[in-house]
Write a protein that binds this ligand. Structure first.
Ligand code: SAH
Length: 510
């Protein structure tokens, strides 16, 4: 019988960007993935929708599946599927029992490959600004398990702390949180001075990363006071002192802040990326849903008469995307627009146009609908101008009104609908509880509809009680005015009405 291949893939220590390209390619081809608690679940987004997912993770003291059962599952999966991925936190061969799993596969003549990963023992200290070796002061490093039982007998002793302390400059200890007092004692007995620097880094490479530094003398009680929980990496040696100068990850401007993004993940991927780059933990709470493809007879008519317009106006990237999709569906392309001028409300919308090789003839300096209208009326629009405005069903009605007042003809063409999103009740309750407990640093509002829908989802009653605890960040004056209608005073309003402007405002850079 033919068997599939099992790929033992290292998922890296947590930050999804630390997966290798080869690991990603394996996930993209996988028929089944068998994964652990330490592998970041967001990596499963690389899977094909039909790929099977099996969680076999272990959390301290609580085993979901025994190692023998995992081994058996790997063998069985290889007999059923062509491409089996065993995804393990960090590197599969560093304290990951990857060796045992590979041996079982070899014994059963199942083809396998090892895809090394970025091990927590190197990456977690690095994210804490601690190089595990350093010229002149640390020329050797040992990776050690701290998991062995303190009640070990002489015969089953595994870690020779004495030898380790004598021969290696840096000790990187995995799985050591529970045994920290014991480990400290062993190292002291082995002759390491009390003032030897020690770091304990929890949830390394994640937005929740936390570094505790001290010495062999102090670290155990510090860890107890601070209620340190696994996963955590313990680093012992002089390199720990470099943390003070090299800590970069925890120093990023929005590090440690939980920021709510109120549009869906796709629409706000750019905002999410900007926030994460600055160190924020992003919480997605989509309040609006974009619905496209609703039959619209006006659309057909407008598309047929494109040549009769002078200007096309876009106030969102969605409108650009859906309009050009429709043009292509009608078997036409950008040549149908050769006589039209195009206005875009802001840089992101203009950039979306560029993906269709089109240059916006007008983009206001300030990215608001007022500025768009004012700028066009000032020099570009006459009484006979004909404008086509593909937009959302909720677009700002003032835009069309003002052009009409100036004598222009404007056809408002809703090409998509913005609807209230319907998150699970559990998600709404979770967010409310975070707000109640002051655990949200910012809630970002990027349009008036995000405000209306947010209020509808959390409810007026909640708002009345907790409005002072809602740390709103608004992208511009129109959104701010909408927030104020509900008695919500934003703590910042971006002076540049872009995602970058919003991020700068939250950073306090304006
Ligand atoms: N194969 C993994 C290690 C598995 S052992 C690797 O190569 O990284 C599990 C231990 O790794 C944890 O107890 C903890 O000590 C460490 N660890 C894994 N991920 C970590 C993280 N994100 N932050 C801190 N320590 C981590």
């Amino acid at each position: 019988m033919q068997t599939g291949t099992v790929y033992l893939v290292g998922a890296g220590p947590g930050d999804p960007g630390l997966l290798t390209l080869k690991g990603k390619a394996c996930l993209e081809k996988a028929d089944i993935v068998i994964y652990d608690a330490l592998a970041n679940e967001s990596l499963l987004n690389y899977l094909q929708p039909q790929a099977k997912r099996v969680y076999v993770g272990k959390k301290a003291g609580q085993h979901t599946m025994k190692q023998d059962d995992i081994n058996a599952l790997l063998v069985e999966s290889a007999r059923q599927y062509a491409h089996v991925v065993r995804l393990k936190g960090g590197d599969p061969f560093v304290f990951g029992r990857g060796g045992e799993e590979a041996l079982v596969l070899a014994e059963n003549q199942i083809p396998f490959e090892i895809v090394p990963g970025v091990t927590a023992g190197i990456a977690v200290p690095a994210y804490s600004g601690i190089p595990v070796t350093h010229r002149d002061t640390a020329t050797s490093v040992a990776f050690v398990t701290g998991h062995e039982s303190p009640d070990k007998t002489e015969e089953d002793a595994q870690v020779d702390w004495q030898r380790m302390a004598r021969s290696c400059d840096t000790l990187v200890i995995y799985m050591g949180v529970k045994n920290l007092p014991y480990i400290v004692q062993e190292l002291k007995t082995a002759g390491l001075p009390d003032d030897t620097p020690v770091a304990v880094i929890c949830d390394g490479t994640y937005p929740a990363q936390r570094t505790l530094t001290g010495t062999l003398q102090t670290i155990a009680s510090q860890a107890q006071e601070q209620n340190v929980k696994p996963p955590a990496m313990i680093v012992v040696g002089s390199v720990v002192k470099l943390h003070d100068s090299l800590s970069w990850f925890e120093q990023r401007p929005l590090f440690g802040q939980t920021i709510v993004v109120t549009r869906n993940a796709d629409a706000d991927a750019r905002l999410t990326n900007l926030l994460e780059d600055q160190g924020a933990q992003v919480l997605h709470f989509p309040t609006i849903e974009i619905v496209e493809g609703i039959p619209n007879p006006d659309m057909e008519q407008a598309m047929q008469q494109l040549a009769s317009y002078d200007w096309l106006i876009f106030t969102s990237g969605n409108a650009v995307r859906i309009f050009f999709q429709q043009l292509l569906t009608d078997n036409r392309d950008i040549r149908a627009l050769h006589d039209l001028k195009i206005a875009a409300i802001g840089k992101p919308t203009a950039e979306q146009l560029q993906t269709y090789h089109l240059h916006a003839d007008f983009v206001p300096d300030q990215f608001t609908s007022e500025q768009l209208v004012a700028g066009m009326l000032a020099q570009r629009i006459g009484t006979n101008t004909r404008i086509l405005f593909p937009c959302s069903n909720l677009s700002n009605p003032h835009i069309a009104e003002q052009f009409r007042q100036a004598g222009a003809t404007i056809d408002v063409l809703p090409v998509y609908e913005t609807r209230l999103s319907t998150p699970e009740a559990k998600k709404v309750d979770e967010l409310k509880s975070l707000i109640q407990h002051g655990q949200v640093s910012w809630i970002t509002f990027t349009s008036s509809s995000t405000v209306h829908n947010f209020v509808q989802l959390v409810g007026q009653e909640f708002l009345a009680e907790y409005h002072e605890r809602i740390p709103a960040a608004s992208i511009g004056p129109v959104t701010t005015a909408t927030l104020e209608e509900y008695g919500l005073r934003p703590r910042v309003t971006a002076s540049k009405h872009t995602y970058q402007g919003l991020v700068n405002a939250m950073r306090g850079d304006e």
